[in-house]
Design a protein around this ligand. Structure first.
Ligand SMILES: *Cc1c(COP(=O)(O)O)cnc(C)c1O
Length: 357
């Protein structure tokens, strides 16, 4: 590595996902990134294009306050949340990095319970912020709170990251975990990532007013079908949001992403209409996989987590037949797609089990 580069970056590699090309005759079922399987409806794309064409001067910097979208989001989030309590990011990934800069840089470590979303650790390391890991129960993936409390005593913990429901394991925070989060001192940032809120319909938002050290993250990348546009938002008390705004890059959200998010939130009834189907497909698939003797866990999100005799072999066998799933956290994460895609995945898993025996 060049001598001018921070030595600790040598441990990191650039974020990269293997692109699998669609081969002729095979449709690829992309069930590896927890996206919703349906693209935006055409009428909405047309509308987005028309607005961009008629209302946006491309040569001008946009309104960098993003006030209208924040107002729409405040209305959507409810519970008396105001636009001053919302910050927008280029994906929630950007907000995770901003939170690390605001709270942890030169101040302390982050605490995560594995397996969990890998981005917290990756982004912390990119800022030389130490990562303290505690385990989860292998039965239900609840956090080892004794280990977590111990870690809090032994390390200078500046922030704790929860996912609600967790990825890749799909479980909601338990009552003891919530109680622990409530008990954390106010100099510890508590991040509760609700990327899958629209699927779980469970949120800690009602408690936000009591906790100046809590921040809730949400995203347009999952239920709202806007992963390509990169829009996430943070909800917290106004003081914390003000700190995020101080370190935000000017115009961090491209105008087309801003417009797409405005349209998506305004047309949420149409966009979120397929969520009941995703949830019932998820539960159907859970039962089917369990009937096959596969170790699989109940989920509150749009994916299932499973562990098999040979996860790598199963993932590769599915890939050859056109179903992409994700191997992560010592297991397999299966995104719920359309009923057809789910059925194909199930048939392909059955086929592989027969081949194995
Ligand atoms: C998908 C996901 C996100 C979304 O990230 P974006 O940068 O908004 O696309 C955030 N947190 C978790 C836990 C996720 O699974």
């Amino acid at each position: 590595m060049l001598p001018l580069i921070r030595p600790d970056l040598s441990e990191l590699s650039a974020y990269h996902v293997d692109a699998v090309a669609e081969t002729e005759g095979i449709t690829l079922d992309k069930l590896d990134a927890n996206e919703v399987a349906l693209d935006l409806p055409d009428w909405l794309k047309v509308k987005l294009g028309a607005i961009a064409q008629s209302q946006i001067a491309a040569n001008r910097y946009p309104d960098g306050e993003y006030s209208h979208l924040k107002q729409l989001l405040a209305d959507y989030v409810g519970y008396g949340v105001t636009p001053e309590q919302i910050s927008l990011g280029n994906g929630s990934d950007e907000l995770i990095r901003s939170l690390l800069i605001v709270s942890c840089l030169n101040r302390g470590s982050i605490l995560v319970a594995e397996p969990t979303f890998s981005m917290y650790g990756i982004l912390a390391k990119s800022l030389s912020i130490p990562v303290v890991k505690v385990p989860r129960s292998t039965l239900d993936f609840s956090i080892d709170l004794e280990a977590a409390s111990q870690a809090l005593k032994e390390h200078q913990i500046a922030a704790v990251f929860f996912v609600h429901p967790n990825s890749p394991t799909g479980n909601l925070m338990t009552e003891p975990e919530l109680a622990w989060a409530r008990s954390l001192p106010e100099n510890v940032l508590v991040v509760i990532d609700e990327a899958y809120f629209e699927f779980s319909q469970v949120s800690v938002i009602a408690e936000l007013a009591q906790h100046p050290n809590w921040v809730i993250l949400r995203t347009f990348s999952k239920a709202f079908r806007l992963a390509a546009y990169r829009v996430g938002y943070a909800i917290a008390q106004a003081d914390l949001i003000l700190a995020l705004e101080k370190i935000r890059l000017p115009y961090n959200l491209p105008i087309i992403s801003y417009l797409a998010a405005e349209l998506a939130i305004s047309h949420r009834e149409e966009l979120l209409a397929n969520i009941p189907e995703i949830r019932s497909e998820r539960d159907r698939l859970y039962s089917e996989l369990q009937n096959l003797g596969i170790q699989v866990w109940r989920s509150d999100a749009n994916f299932l987590y499973a562990r098999t005799k040979d996860d790598t072999a199963l993932m590769n066998a599915l890939k050859t037949q056109g179903t992409l799933i994700r191997q992560t956290g010592s297991g397999l994460r299966l995104t719920i797609g359309t009923p057809d895609q789910n059925q194909r995945m199930l048939e392909r898993i059955k086929l592989q089990l027969i081949t194995d025996n």
